[in-house]
Design a protein around this ligand. Structure first.
Ligand SMILES: [Cu+2]
Length: 467
């Protein structure tokens, strides 16, 4: 952060601070007011060839809004939108940031801009009670596309309620001109009700901690950018998307169905990749993607973790108008009957989907998979455990003397002092969410491996233990 004066010149700017309340009053750059835009719009490109002092005024609010049809949510916002207003400055600019917290807010808020070089990205300096305005200054040292977000405790909750947006620091040489620029930010939301459950839905902290999202959306709601709210372009145009991921938890596998990114500014930085299908956008990160649209149609923007797109809302649309180009894409040109190997209806082989074991050998085989997925991390590959932490399942007298104690450990969890082969353990095994069949199989697997006593446990026995 270079705007702090060095020791020799400390006093002059300090006096300036005292009299103007503003360090950068000492600089002689021209002052301009930043143009801020709501999503999906982007402020115009900067065509200055010099640094400026840029004043940014942004307001935080807590307001009820639509998260899906029939479902409302109390969003916390920067500039009355989720994501917050798009901010565009130029590398080398000196920024005066004024954060106002609306008097109707119940919470204090602040802002951590990832474009800031300085403690907390401005968080401490911008901590603002309801009905107050805080001012701090920073210099935009590094070009790139950056997330900003609220960082007031509990931080996860402020972010989960929609307090994030993007700030673009244009490189000194500028960005290549394009025909269209749009602004999208993905976010995950956690509500007491399940996806689509009607009414005003409160935030669910437990689901947020579990990262069990009900909604994963672009620009704050299901359908924010679909149908009549779609992004638009014309055939032959180049589109640039500024894409962020506010999180709080999930990573985005950003993809446009039916397009290939000609250029991706990887992670929003200076590295350019080309011919990319899907780009990863971390929580608290961003990317710039560019592509020319060659053919008309509706192009679907998704998080390619695909259930999020079709079942939780992470879907937007770009509608492209213009003439077809059959040398690039023809559409369907023919449909014929397809009868491989004669006309008999093929039956699917069931053996892969069957989950019920018919005999002990199958139980052992299925149980091995359950073990590898659920137990091995603690009890280790050969059941040897880890001394002092996880007791052995190999030759365990505790288990072999009464396999149902193992069943209980899985159903209810196990904690407190126990003795296995005369060694004391006092750890915590969490209850495992497995069905009766899986539990019967995994215990049977363990009993028949690693020099254990053999025998078997049935799903019926497990069901009895649950009572
Ligand atoms: Cu906040």
């Amino acid at each position: 952060m270079k705007i702090q004066p060095n020791k020799h010149t400390l006093w002059l700017p300090l006096i300036a601070i005292l009299f103007s309340g503003n360090l950068l009053a000492a600089s002689n750059l021209k002052t301009e007011q930043a143009i801020l835009t709501p999503p999906p719009m982007v402020p115009p490109a900067i065509n200055r060839d010099h640094s400026a002092k840029v004043v940014i005024n942004l307001e935080t609010r807590e307001q009820v809004g639509r998260i899906a049809d029939g479902v409302e949510y109390v969003f916390w916002s920067f500039g009355e939108t989720v994501p917050g207003s798009f901010i565009r400055v130029r590398e080398g600019d000196e920024i005066e940031f004024n954060l106002s917290n609306h008097p109707s807010s119940k919470m204090p808020h602040n802002i951590d801009l990832h474009a800031v070089t300085g403690p907390g990205g401005g968080a401490e300096s911008s901590f603002t009670a309801p009905g107050h305005t805080s001012t701090f200054n920073f210099k935009a040292l590094n070009p790139g596309l950056y997330i900003y977000h609220c960082a007031t405790a509990p931080v996860g909750m402020h972010i989960a309620n929609g307090m994030y947006g993007l700030i673009l620091v244009e490189p000194k040489e500028g960005l290549a001109p394009v025909d269209r620029e749009y602004y999208l930010v993905q976010g995950d939301f956690y509500t007491k009700g399940e996806f689509g459950e009607a009414g005003l839905q409160p935030f669910d902290m437990a689901k947020a901690i579990d990262e069990d999202a009900d909604y994963v959306v672009f620009n704050g709601s299901v359908g924010s950018t679909t149908d009549e709210n779609s992004l638009t372009a014309k055939v032959g145009e180049t589109v640039r998307l500024y894409i962020g991921n506010g999180g709080p938890n999930l990573v985005s596998s950003f993809h446009v169905i039916g397009e290939i990114f000609d250029t991706v500014y990887v992670e929003g930085g200076s590295l350019k990749n080309h011919n990319v299908q899907t780009t990863l956008i971390p929580a608290g990160g961003a990317a710039i993607v560019e592509f020319k649209v060659e053919v008309p149609g509706t192009f679907i923007l998704v998080d390619h973790s695909i259930f999020r797109a079709f079942n939780k809302g992470a879907l937007a649309m770009l509608k492209v108008e213009g003439p077809d180009d059959h040398s690039i894409f023809t559409g369907k040109t023919a449909e014929n009957v397809y009868l491989p190997e004669g006309s008999a209806i093929q039956s699917l082989d069931n053996t892969f989907t069957k989950i019920t074991a018919n005999n002990k050998d199958e139980q052992i085989r299925f149980g091995q998979r359950v073990y590898e997925a659920n137990c091995m991390a603690c009890h280790q590959a050969n059941g040897e455990g880890i001394p002092g932490a996880f007791p052995p399942l190999a030759k365990s007298d505790y288990l072999n003397n009464n396999p149902l104690l193992g069943v209980n450990a899985i159903i209810k969890g196990l904690s407190g002092p126990i003795k296995v082969n005369n060694v004391n353990y006092n750890g915590v095994m969490p209850a495992m969410n497995l069905n009766d069949e899986d539990i019967a199989n995994v215990i049977t697997f363990v009993l028949n491996n690693w020099d254990n006593a053999g025998g078997k446990v049935s799903a019926e026995q497990v069901a009895k233990q649950r009572k």
